[in-house]
Design a protein around this ligand. Sequence first.
Ligand code: SAH
Length: 343
Amino acid sequence: MKKDILSLNLDELTAEITALGQPKFRAKQIYRWLHKVMVTDFNSMSDISLELRRILDDNFVIFGCSIEKKLVSEYDDTIKYLFRLHDGEFIESVLMKYRYGYTVCVSSQVGCRMGCTFCASTLAGVVRSLNASEILSQIYAISRDNDIRVSHIVMMGMGEPFDNYDNVLRFLRLISDENGLNISMRHISLSTCGIVPGIYKLMEENLQLTLSISLHAPDDNIRSSMMPVNKKWNIAELIAACKEYFEKTSRRISFEYALVNGVNDTEECAYKLASLLKGMLCHVNLIPVNEVTETGCKKSTPERVRRFSDILAKKGFAVTVRRELGSDINAACGQLRRSTVKK
Ligand code: SAH
């Protein structure tokens, strides 16, 4: 079987190339073609001999993703991609343009098995996890398609990153490698639904990325009704892990809170949330829930969002309400794949 060359780091690639009887410096050239120029085939590697290109082709495969569908928002410059993988599976990625640069939201799995009640990605369960190369290739395909340099990454697409820990870590190291796209860890956010052992594991990696926690509720009753993962690791265990994460890394945690009308957006919830997070250096990101037909969740009214946000702000929290980008193009994760797969 051909090896997945895009998932190899430079040391591993060097070992492979020298094992093929080639000089070491070739590995660096090839790595540059793969991760800086972002070529999709060996034949484009013009300073590599034809013979070596053929050898590479015999031994390795460059996993890419092809654009199946592309939706451009009329309101902002958000672009939603539906990508087809080599085995015919589909994943979604989103390109967002901010004042500070281009951000890509990547998927880490085909589907998801976490079962959050409001989320479209998880409705049909998980099909499989992505390799590091398949996470990378979303960013490479979008960079090529728009001829841009992507500066920020959020792991908030389909899938639960900590349900695919090793491939996600490999991806993070490759995307921040100085021989590749060299995206600073400080420009990367990773979002988890709250797989507590993953948080403990990540704090040992010593990465400067931003950890986002999908909290969405201030008590176990409400959270368990929205997120099955809470029955395995409850809020107390989750918050304890977050506090330790901050102590170890000095990186401020970001809490995501999707506001569902009448479920988790009451004043009482806001006060409970404030006391839950009291004393923590963190950031709270409120998101009016994206309505997905099958979930039946209704988004909070703007008045309820404002009231919730005001309570947190008065309590001294850094709180933002997420701008709803690309609302006309189904930018909420999982909806585009779902509509395609159903057909
Ligand atoms: N599995 C990870 C990352 C992917 S989901 C996680 O749970 O964090 C990325 C973010 O989008 C999470 O905060 C998730 O709870 C949120 N999300 C999912 N469906 C949503 C919806 N319909 N509206 C608003 N946010 C949603």
